[in-house]
Design a protein around this ligand. Structure first.
Ligand SMILES: *Cc1c(COP(=O)(O)O)cnc(C)c1O
Length: 426
């Protein structure tokens, strides 16, 4: 059988001119479940995870999947079954972990605005670590833990002030960002944490940004982090684990991020040289585990030729695929069936939402007609988890493919679902 995998997507391939995810024909899924429809490949997620595991072979490593990238329950269940923990950023995400059968003892809790209620909830569940993002949070967490008769395990998120060279909205490790404790303040913050009755210092962490496509920011941040570990331990506060965050990029549009295993071999060489090679390590990858495992199937509704632009209007929109509107992000768009006899034209691919920001791809050459289906690639991360009901559009359905099996993991949301919480006036 002729099978041509899409570049950078080994488990998405044309077989006899029909798009497959693993051994499942995508048009069959669209036929059965309608569009827009997210389809994910387990093989792709397994391989992405394995690359990290290879990079850290022989080391003490705990992988916390940063679940905000895609928090659908079956996706969490998949990662829990692979032995992963989770990096959460809200009490709601903790509830998702528990609902998916994840182990709270493998959960770390990040975020600059944890509420007291969320702290209590996480202490109750017995999470592995609070990744604290400010000195003020240390005080509140200690208070909450003391009142609950517990001690909170803490790591302080350091803002190492390195430029991750990514989109400003997903850069988090620069001085001007809201995240973490400034490098210069970190030692003092650890001394305070060690003195507070409700806290137990267990680690240190950074997370410098997202969609990082170079090794240099990680190398620089690691050097700065290890300087701090030395200073903190010299002050008599042992650091049990070192957490390097997430942020590794994926190939959306010819991007060339380092492979996870190569990156970590390079970083571990530095970590070894500085004498920290036998520590307990943690990482918090999100996008790099799921981003290129997913695509979104959409149907062409109308073609609208114009003087300046041709529009290809599809049934997926910014509420399903928010990244172009939010970050001017690029997603490759390919047909489910190789085109036959239709002339290609250059289109802006747009959704039905009443916003000019509702575009999915610009200036794309496509040979399509109404009724054809397209696949929006690299849609596994920060799409469904960021989706909304704007324009009273129900969220899409989701399928998780494993070989020839296609598991429906989310049914399509109905209009009634979207207004279930609303109350009419008396
Ligand atoms: C979002 C986030 C991650 C994951 O980032 P990716 O770019 O998806 O790998 C990791 N850690 C923290 C604290 C985050 O907020």
């Amino acid at each position: 059988m002729t099978s041509t995998a899409l570049p950078g997507h080994p488990h998405i391939a044309y077989r006899h001119n029909e798009l497959f995810v693993e051994d499942v024909r995508v048009s069959d899924l669209a036929q059965a479940h309608g569009t827009p429809l997210f389809v994910y490949s387990t093989a792709s997620m397994r391989e992405a995870l394995a690359a990290y595991q290879r990079g850290f072979a022989g080391r003490k490593l705990h992988i916390c999947y940063a679940m905000k990238a895609n928090s659908s329950l079956a996706m969490l269940q998949f990662f829990a079954r692979q032995g992963c923990g989770f990096d959460i950023v809200s009490g709601g995400e903790l509830e998702r972990v528990l609902a998916a059968g994840g182990d709270p003892a493998k959960v770390i809790f990040s975020g600059v605005g944890k509420t007291r209620a969320e702290m209590r909830q996480a202490l109750q569940a017995g999470i592995l670590c609070f990744n604290v993002e400010s000195e003020a949070e240390l005080e509140v967490l200690s208070e909450v833990a003391t009142a609950a008769g517990r001690t909170a395990p803490v790591s302080i998120r350091v803002n190492p002030n390195v430029d991750p060279k990514t989109h400003p909205y997903i850069s988090t490790g620069l001085k001007g960002n809201k995240f973490g404790v400034a490098h210069e303040r970190t030692l003092a913050a650890y001394q305070r944490a060690a003195a507070l009755p409700g806290l137990r210092v267990v680690g240190i962490d950074f997370h410098i940004g997202s969609q990082i496509t170079e090794a240099t920011p990680y190398l620089d941040a690691t050097d700065r982090l290890l300087d701090l570990v030395e200073a903190i331990e010299a002050a008599g506060i042992p650091i049990h684990h070192i957490d390097f965050g997430g942020g590794l990029g994926i190939n959306y549009n010819g991007d060339t991020p380092p492979a996870a295993d190569a990156l970590w071999q390079q970083l571990l060489a530095k970590i070894d040289a500085r004498g920290f090679g036998d520590r307990q390590f943690m990482i918090e990858p999100g996008r790099s585990l799921v981003g290129n495992a997913g695509l979104c199937v959409t149907e062409v509704l109308y073609l609208k030729p114009g003087e300046e632009k041709n529009f290809c209007i599809v049934d997926a929109a910014m509420n399903d695929l928010p990244r172009p509107a939010m970050y001017q992000a690029f997603h490759a768009i390919v047909p489910l069936q190789a085109p036959t006899g239709v002339a290609a034209a250059v289109y802006d691919v747009v959704g039905p939402v009443c916003e000019s920001g509702d575009w999915i791809g610009r200036d794309r050459s496509l040979a399509v007609q109404p009724g054809d289906r397209l696949a929006v690639l690299s849609a596994g991360a920060y799409c469904m988890s960021m989706s909304s009901n704007y324009n009273t559009r129900g969220r899409a359905a989701e399928i998780l493919v494993d070989g020839a099996l296609a598991h429906l993991i989310r049914t399509r949301e109905t209009a009634q679902d979207t207004f279930r919480q609303e109350i009419l006036l008396p």
